[in-house]
Write a protein that binds this ligand. Structure first.
Ligand code: ADP
Length: 218
């Protein structure tokens, strides 16, 4: 179903969000106070506007409260990011997702009502560190401070063994959500499904259990 989004701040992060939403077939209003930034997204947004997003009247005249989702992608200017988020919530925008630069910026945004706060540099840094530490980790998604989903490349140890035989849940407390083989993704693996060397296992669990599985089970 087509949704309507507004993206405020068209730096590297905001323009990338805008481009992908548009590519997925949604309506996107792209806003920045810098005319050049707005020019750059003309072909990857449904509508564009040059406006200062800390100006309440400007936001009102854009009909911002009619958007179900508004993304605040103002990065370096923390004061503007905070003020804009506050105004959007006061104007009654249902879902405000914002990008934060630091832990304290994130805390403030959450306090004033941001519905979701992301820290792309930190998250990407953490993901990269996980890739660097273990060659078997293909990807890493943090669900909370304790739980994650890992994509792990199956080693010799798992080759041609079934899930029932590996018994990963009982031994390690982790759940295999899916198995990727070449381009094929099996998202509801059966206990009798076999793992081959090089397959990617998508595993959910407590960080402690995932580490144990990675260190001793793989
Ligand atoms: P990134 O790190 O993703 O590149 P930046 O902080 O460099 O993010 O870019 C943020 C964008 O937000 C810039 O294009 C800037 O012009 C825009 N911006 C900053 N403050 C406001 C504001 N008050 N209203 C509208 N746009 C703003």
């Amino acid at each position: 179903m087509k949704k309507e989004f507004a993206v405020i701040g068209l730096g590297r992060f905001g323009s990338s969000v805008c481009k992908e939403l548009f590519r997925l077939g949604h309506d996107v209003l792209a806003i920045d106070q810098d005319e050049e930034k707005v020019q750059d997204v003309l072909t990857i947004a449904t509508h564009t506007a040059i406006a200062n997003a800390t100006d309440e009247k400007a936001l009102q005249s854009l009909g911002i409260r009619n958007f179900e989702y508004v993304v605040v992608a103002i990065g370096d200017d923390i004061q503007s990011s905070i003020l804009c988020t506050l105004l959007l919530k006061e104007l009654g925008v249902k879902k405000v997702w914002a990008k934060a630069q630091s832990y304290y910026h994130q805390r403030v945004l959450e306090k004033i009502g941001a519905d979701r706060v992301v820290r792309p540099e930190r998250d990407m840094g953490m993901r990269m560190a996980h890739h660097l530490v273990s060659e078997n980790i293909v990807d890493y998604i943090e669900l909370s401070s304790e739980y994650s989903i890992l994509e792990l490349k199956a080693t010799d140890k798992l080759h041609q063994r079934s899930l029932i035989d590996l018994d990963i849940r009982a031994k390690y407390g982790c759940t295999v959500l899916g198995i990727k083989k070449m381009d094929e993704l099996n998202i509801s693996p059966k206990p009798t499904d076999h793992v081959e060397k090089g397959d990617i296992l998508i595993v959910l669990g407590h960080n402690r259990d995932l580490k144990k599985f990675e260190d001793t089970g793989m």
